[in-house]
Ligand binder design. Sequence first.
Ligand SMILES: Cc1cc2nc3c(=O)[nH]c(=O)nc-3n(C[C@H](O)[C@H](O)[C@H](O)COP(=O)(O)OP(=O)(O)OC[C@H]3O[C@@H](n4cnc5c(N)ncnc54)[C@H](O)[C@@H]3O)c2cc1C
Length: 426
Amino acid sequence: MTYLRGTGWVDWPTTFEPPLAGKVSCEVAVIGGGLGGMLAALRLAELGRDVVLVEADRCGRAASARNAGYLTNTLGSDPRILNRFYADRVRGLHRFANNAVGFTEELIASRGIYCGYLPTGNIGAAPTAAAFERMRKTTTSGKRSTVGDAECLGIPPAFHGGIHIKCGGILNPGELALGVRDLVRTSSVRVFEDSPVLGVADVGDSVRIELAGGRITAGQAILTTNAFTRELNVAPRRLSTPVWVTAVETEPVPAERLDAAGWTSRTPITTNHFVMQSFRTTDRGTIVFTTRSLQMPRRLSDRLPDQSVVADLVRGFRERFHTLTDVAPARAWGGWIGITPSNMAVVGQATPRVYYSMACNGHGLPQAPYLGSLLADYMSGEGMHDDLSAVWRTSRRFAPGIVNPVTLRLGWAADRLGDSLDRLRR
Ligand SMILES: Cc1cc2nc3c(=O)[nH]c(=O)nc-3n(C[C@H](O)[C@H](O)[C@H](O)COP(=O)(O)OP(=O)(O)OC[C@H]3O[C@@H](n4cnc5c(N)ncnc54)[C@H](O)[C@@H]3O)c2cc1C
């Protein structure tokens, strides 16, 4: 079993762009080179803006390259909360989430980025019989989704059933992040890697950005720093809560064993636990599973996965794939995500010249690049797209979110209790 610092999806190249040194000026500085920042920078450059992109490590190597690779139109918030507290915005939010998937599919196709994208859709699986019953009562099959039991959906019987949403699919996020990084490096964007930003100040006529090696003076700036946003004093307080997510990959599993396990459709699965679990196959014949046990370590540093969390994830895999209990976990890695108080994407202005885009919440693979691109248009005078206005926030004040070490632990405990009771009832 190998514990990785970084991504397990690709071998990361050893070459990198030189760090920023001395004084640099530009029209727009993008801080944070994940998918969100890279797409913002690319779009700004396409619009003829003079752009600098500064990245603390290597562009794309954080959450953007470490995630589970689900391209979904999922909104982070529970549908009941959405309907209750965001009734007037629900349609706009769903349209935004659908268009984000379309945008990313188009990015992959039009730029010829090889990342093994499979438009499989995704199954939201019911982890208990009661959850499946509720799902059946409140959801109906249609053109874009099918509700069915495990056999009908071709997933292992331990999932009871679920809903197959026919939008998006799965890809190799490491390959996507590297593909986009290559696009940025070969564009007119000036890219500086190994360049953590230490401070950002809107000084009225410009933005001053301080780094160990120098300073950037920019007309405008964008924070696309995901979980790390709270470390920048210019960012609104409580905008993002950092959470560490772990992923595990098994050794290769022969196709006939997946069939025997009941996973005949191979459609990627996420459970609708409080803290979801996800299971997908890869083009190297392995299974990757993630989430289930989220952590909030104090230090926001790059770290190795915890052995106890990996063991818990493996337990979760074996509980759902009864005939694969002998399949060994081979590798584990993890990454930081930022959770907003609403659990949904948020974009806005921290100051008149400093913008932020926080599209993570565990569903940012399509949403972060889409929002980065929409924000670039808006900052360049192209008007506010309806999808940008769906997640635009005018107030700088954020209420406290519900994600903290206690609620995460309680959520995990409630999920395990539900799973145990369900097993007893079977
Ligand atoms: C294990 C895991 C599984 C996930 N699974 C999925 C999934 O299946 N589907 C999905 O939609 N989403 C998933 N996500 C979430 C998804 O990866 C993110 O939402 C998305 O990558 C966010 O992109 P981003 O550009 O906002 O952030 P990141 O990719 O985190 O990029 C932010 C960048 O900012 C840089 N930075 C931070 N601070 C500074 C600073 N001070 N100066 C300079 N640079 C800085 C960082 O180094 C980083 O490169 C998962 C995440 C993890 C960790």
